[in-house]
Design a protein around this ligand. Structure first.
Ligand code: WT7
Length: 673
């Protein structure tokens, strides 16, 4: 790894940021990186010393097997140690660090008139109460709790309450459909569901309680009734909207099962002794799309996840005590788990917690919030940047963005045009852009610049974080040196990597470790340039990245074929100006049905109901037949080219009926949007 000497434009860290930074220059990064690989024991021990351990570790900082040919895959961090996540991110600050009065969250509602400030002391007391409520509802160590909530402080309290009593939370993004929620509840076999009556997202009112009721009903129909209690938050925005304690929503009620949060909390004590857990006990499950269509329950464990989210947050955002940090992601995704809940709290940071969307009630909302709270570190996704770019400089110019110091990007590759706009217009040429590459599975950043150390190349996630050893493999699984492109893999674990797929260790091994024994396979393509910089070239499996959310082609195809008039469906990606990628679907209908606008609407509805609005297809095309090989495998390469209108098709000799392709091109213009 060398500092680049090429002709490309390189952006160097600003000297004023370097002065007090945790990693102040590139040579410090190299030195620390070297230590993290050569002596991981000492490196991670030093990080662990920041935290409280009820019992010290008896095993090494990291033990693992990454080679399926040598036995089961496993990763263990600090075996034998006992601790508690909630204690470390709250009590430690309040009791030992004197941060009781420090702001943990500036909550900003969907509507700008709703906001409140919550201190570390308050988070602790609400969390303890919630922990006692969960215990009252019968939740014990190891039990799963599903959480289906909007971006409100209670979401954070509930996660931390689970962590406090050793329950395993499974947060389900509140934009998912009842079907998706049901699937996730059933897989986790949760005993409690925590939800809210409803929430406004922009102008749209979402009836979360009704969706939750439907999900629980579906679970019952499928023979699973693990959920015995449903804890319901009366979301105050709705209360104040209508001026009374009831709201516009008809909240149906099952008095044996449903419990109002407010009532339960008011009777509950603020004292709750943390449950001392083993370092490798599970902390949470978070579902992510799997290429077979069935979501995978990614499992993260207590100690390793604590160390890793703490250190990545501290170094990648160069956390300083007076920072106001804002990550715009939803906590329903891993970005929110690691960089709204756990990482910032582990560092004692003050964060903005935003319920709304970037364009409500006006397109300058993000910039207004940055000005209002004097945000210093801002972390968002390329899709949001591309959306806001469309409105030009004017909305930005109305607000004072001079507080900003560091900008972050996450979720998908950032195109150079969006990078430039982010850097020049939002950051006013003053703030490094940290393009953080990682996954639900990695727990935290794995390839990322460090803002005061790494010279930046727009579009590159640059170099590995401490303890992470990436490499590039070719088709045959051989490592390729120097400038190269191929499969992006990791040679060894870091503390925050996932431990298993919930209740399916075999699937975990198959997905991530079977293809190239000895390596964790990301599923992404990667390129290393002559200066050693890493560039993500995109997914190389059947996954799509729509607005930073991973979807599998298989799950969308499964939703489409649920329609009684569809005999077959194939889904591919097509580039999209704002979303990065969007869904282009080919459907073959049964003879009885014509392909028309009504059909398209029915199909879109089907996908929305089955998965959620994020999976709504942009294009649906009639396909009298799909291009297949003689063995019957759909040739997606060809479908991708039809979707993109690329007529240079190359070798079609493996197709069983090449005429199919012409038909698809001729019907292309009729693809309905
Ligand atoms: C996939 C993981 C990590 C939190 C959000 C997504 C893509 C993520 C980048 C980036 C290029 C990126 C990859 C990855 N991705 N960050 N900075 N540059 N690609 O989590 O849903 O688990 O998705 O998102 O394809 O594998 P996720």
């Amino acid at each position: 790894m060398v500092v680049p000497e090429s002709q490309e434009k390189i952006y160097h860290p600003p000297p004023d940021l370097q002065r007090d930074a945790h990693v102040p220059d590139f040579s410090s990064y190299l030195e620390m990186y070297k230590k993290s690989l050569e002596n991981p024991e000492a490196f991670w021990k030093e990080v662990a010393d920041e935290f409280f351990w009820k019992k010290p570790a008896t095993g090494p900082m990291l033990q693992y097997n990454f080679d399926v040919t040598k036995g089961n895959i496993f990763v263990k961090c600090m075996e034998g140690a006992k601790t508690n996540m909630c204690y470390n991110v709250l009590d430690r600050h309040v009791k030992e660090g004197n941060l009781g009065e420090k702001v943990a969250y500036y909550w900003e509602g969907n509507s700008p008139e709703h906001h409140k400030t919550i201190t570390y002391g308050q988070v602790l007391s609400h969390t303890c109460r919630c922990a006692n409520v969960l215990k009252q509802l019968g939740v014990k160590k190891g039990d799963r709790v599903s959480i289906y909530l909007p971006m409100i402080p209670e979401l954070v309290y509930t996660m931390l309450a689970c962590a406090r009593i050793g329950a395993v939370h499974s947060v389900v993004f509140a934009g998912f459909s009842s079907e998706s929620l049901c699937e996730r509840i059933m897989d986790a076999q949760s005993s409690v569901l925590v939800t809210a009556d409803g929430v406004y997202r922009g102008d749209k009112l979402i009836n979360l309680k009704q969706i939750s009721d439907e999900a629980l009903e579906k679970c019952r129909e499928k023979g699973s009734s693990s959920v015995t209690k449903c804890l319901v938050i009366k979301h105050h925005v709705l209360r104040t909207k209508t001026g009374t304690s009831c709201n516009k929503l008809q909240t149906s009620w099952d008095s044996d099962r449903d419990v109002w949060w407010d009532e339960a909390m008011s009777d509950s004590s603020e004292e709750c002794e943390p449950e001392w857990l083993d370092a490798e006990d599970p902390l949470f499950i978070l579902y992510t799309s799997g290429s077979t269509g069935k979501p995978k329950g990614v499992v993260h464990t207590v100690a390793g996840y604590l160390l890793y989210t703490f250190l990545t947050f501290k170094c990648v955002f160069d956390h300083q005590p007076h920072d106001v940090y804002w990550c715009t992601a939803d906590i329903g995704w891993i970005t929110g788990h690691s960089y709204i809940t756990y990482g910032p709290l582990a560092n004692g940071a003050s964060s903005v917690l935003f319920e709304g969307i970037p364009v409500h009630p006006h397109v300058g909302r993000f910039w207004e919030i940055i000005e209002k709270y004097r945000v210093t570190k801002f972390y968002t996704a390329p899709t949001a940047i591309r959306l806001l770019m469309k409105y030009g400089q004017e909305p930005l110019q109305k607000y004072d963005l001079s507080s900003l110091r560091i900008l972050g990007s996450v979720g998908e590759p950032i195109n150079p045009e969006a990078w430039q706009w982010y850097y020049e217009e939002v950051g006013q040429g003053r703030c490094p852009v940290v393009d953080t590459f990682w996954q639900t599975e990695t727990g935290g950043h794995v390839l990322t610049p460090l803002p005061a150390a790494t010279p930046l190349k727009p579009g590159s996630a640059t170099f590995p974080f401490f303890g992470v050893e990436p490499t590039i493999l070719n088709e045959h699984g051989e490592e390729v040196e120097g400038e190269a492109e191929g499969y992006l893999v990791f040679r060894k674990p870091w503390p925050g990597i996932m431990r298993t797929v919930y209740e399916n260790h075999e699937r975990f091994e198959n997905i991530y470790f079977k293809k190239f024994p000895g390596f964790y396979v990301t599923g992404d393509g990667g390129r290393r340039d002559k200066d050693g910089y890493f560039w993500i070239t995109g997914r190389i499996d059947d996954m799509l990245n729509v607005s930073g959310h991973l979807l599998s082609t298989a799950e969308v195809e499964a939703a489409l074929t649920l329609h009684p008039d569809v005999s077959e469906a194939a889904v591919v990606s097509r580039p999209h100006k704002v979303k990065g990628e969007c869904l282009y679907c080919f459907v073959t209908l049964k003879d009885r049905r014509e392909f028309d606008k009504k059909m398209v609407e029915e199909l879109k509805k089907m996908v929305r109901e089955k998965i959620g609005p994020i999976a709504t297809p942009d294009f649906i095309q009639n396909a009298p037949a799909l291009p297949k090989t003689r063995s019957g495998k759909i040739m997606r390469r060809i479908l991708r080219q039809v979707a993109r209108n690329e007529r240079d098709l190359g070798d079609l000799s493996t197709l069983s009926d090449p005429k199919v392709v012409e038909v698809l091109f001729s019907q292309r213009s009729e693809a309905a949007t």
